[in-house]
Structure formats: structure tokens, C-alpha cells
Design a protein around this ligand. Structure first.
Ligand code: CU
Length: 304
């Protein structure tokens, strides 16, 4: 379960950070660069405090877990309730969900984040840029079982009132992203290296590459300072850095630090898996940067 816990923490942080990011954009709109869509208007009224869930007397079955729903963080889903049972992960979950809820619920899996060129029938997005394909099953019941597969698992109602769900997941497996994808990424990296100017060329603006490695959406890379590769880069004024996301999760390259927040010097907004953000450093100085979604990801560029 450790992997899921980490993913759950990452997801929670992501939701908070995206919220913070929107708040920051609110008073930092003079900062040029690709902008995130308009701030999400949220009802800031505190959730009504409930003394007890709706079915407190109901005994829990052995080996089952209980979850309480909250406002669906998906854009356009603000009037819905969602209980996330398996947080979004780059790994694919599959298993059988047994559920017993306080009212009729719909069953949801997410697949993705998906590429911008994919146009599935139903999508779900927390921020307008990270898009998931949505599978939505409405059995019009409160109790049942469902064989599922996807990058996240949740249950849902189209109401604003909280619900409680008891659940158990049988035969849960987590499959890592397909090996084929990794091969394609490697080929892309090799192709990119070929276009990088040779080191012995005379002076002139150069392009450097910093990667956002696979697996950085869960903590751990910070222990060896490898959340960006290389995490610390020295270049000359006028040089460009291509920040290449070779991960499947979306990341940002945001000037500043997790402690002090965005500096406003540069900000990629979300860079999807496989995408690149480029920035040309015209002025000498030391530039710290971080990922707004995964605040353990930090790096620096020193410009001479
Ligand atoms: Cu990140």
C-alpha cells in the first residue's frame, strides 16, 4: 500500500498546489508567458460541519474501508461529490471494487493524463490542462461490485450533499506504464541529443537540455537531487534551456522556490508528459526553480 499512500499524498498536494497556483496567478497576471486558464471560481463557503456521517450506526464489515465524499475537484463538476478510492497514478490499477454506499453512486475510472491529440468522448480535468479520459458507470444502485481498470478509481454523485461509501478492493494489481512507451521516450531523447550543438563549436547561444525524469511525481528523487536532470546547470547569458518532460505525469518549471513561491521570472505552467518547455536566459544570475505540482522537485540554473 506504500505506493498508493504516496500517490494519494501527491494527489492531495497537487490539488492544493493547483489551488495555490491559481490564487497566485490572480495577482501575478503581469507575468508574461503561457498562462493557465482563468482562475476557477470556487464557492468559499465552508463545508457544513457534519456531526456524523449519514449511516454511523452501520457496522463496518471486516477488511472494508470507509470513505466520505467531498466536492469533485474536476472543472465543471463543482456541484458533484467525489470520493477518491485510488489516487491518480502513472501505474494502471485493476481489480474488483465491492461497494456499499449511503445512496446510489456512480463508478468512475480515469485514464491518463492523455495526450492533447486524443479526443475521448468523456474527459475530466482538475485544471483545464491535465486531461484524463473518464469512464463513468451508473448502475443506479448503492451496493454492488465492479471489475475496473484505470489510472485512478473514484465514486461519484451528481449532488452537493456528502455521501459515505464502504468499500473493499479485491485482487488489486498495479501495472507500470508499457515498456513500448519507454522505448519511444528513449528514441526521442536520442533524436534530441543529435540536434544539440556540438560542445566544441565556437561561442554563440547554445541550447541545453534538462529532463524531468520518470517517476518524479512521487517523492524520492529529492534524496539524490535528481528531480530535474541535471538539477544544477551552468550556462552563458543568451543560452536556452529545453526542459523536457520524459515522465508520464505533468510537471511545471517555475522560477522561485517552494518556500518563497514563484519569482515571476519564468513559469512553464503544466508541461505534459513528452512535452518540452524552453526558456532563454538573457541575464546573468542564479535562478532557482521548482515544480508547483510536486514541490519536492527543485533545480537551479546559474547564468554567467
Ligand atoms: Cu512535478
Amino acid at each position: 500500500m506504500a505506493g498508493i499512500d504516496k500517490a494519494a499524498i501527491g494527489f492531495s498536494i497537487a490539488i492544493v498546489v493547483i489551488g495555490v497556483a491559481f490564487a497566485m496567478y490572480g495577482d501575478a497576471t503581469q507575468n508574461a508567458g503561457p498562462s493557465v486558464s482563468a482562475p476557477v471560481v470556487r464557492d468559499t463557503t465552508p463545508e457544513p460541519v457534519m456531526d456524523e456521517p449519514k449511516s454511523p450506526e452501520k457496522p463496518m464489515k471486516t477488511g472494508w474501508e470507509r470513505a466520505t465524499s467531498a466536492t469533485d475537484p474536476g472543472m465543471g463538476h463543482e456541484s458533484h461529490q467525489l470520493a477518491v478510492l485510488l489516487a491518480p497514478s502513472e501505474n494502471t490499477y485493476s481489480g474488483t471494487l465491492l461497494y456499499d454506499a449511503s445512496e446510489n453512486i456512480q463508478l468512475v475510472t480515469l485514464r491518463g493524463p492523455i495526450g492533447a491529440d486524443e479526443k475521448p468522448a468523456k474527459t475530466w480535468t482538475p485544471d483545464g490542462e491535465t486531461i484524463f479520459e473518464l469512464t463513468f458507470v451508473d448502475n443506479k444502485n448503492a451496493k454492488g461490485e465492479w471489475a475496473f481498470s484505470g489510472n485512478a478509481l473514484a465514486v461519484h454523485t451528481m449532488k452537493t450533499t456528502q455521501f459515505v461509501v464502504d468499500y473493499k478492493i479485491l485482487d488489486l494489481t498495479e501495472t507500470e506504464p508499457m515498456m513500448e512507451e519507454k522505448t519511444v521516450e528513449l528514441e526521442e531523447e536520442i533524436a534530441m541529443e543529435d540536434t544539440t550543438p556540438a560542445m566544441d563549436e565556437p561561442a554563440g547561444p547554445m541550447t541545453h537540455t534538462v529532463e524531468m525524469p520518470a517517476g518524479t511525481s512521487v517523492p524520492g528523487c529529492e534524496e539524490t537531487n535528481e528531480c530535474y536532470l541535471p538539477a544544477d546547470l551552468t550556462i552563458n547569458a543568451g543560452d536556452t534551456v529545453d526542459f523536457v518532460n520524459v515522465d508520464t505525469a505533468a510537471h511545471t518549471v517555475t522560477g522561485g522556490s517552494p518556500a518563497d513561491g514563484p519569482s515571476g521570472v519564468f513559469d512553464s505552467s503544466l508541461v505534459m508528459g513528452g512535452a518540452t518547455y524552453s526558456f532563454t536566459f538573457e541575464d546573468a544570475g542564479s535562478y532557482d526553480y521548482f515544480c508547483m505540482v510536486h514541490p519536492w522537485m527543485v533545480g537551479s540554473v546559474t547564468v554567467n
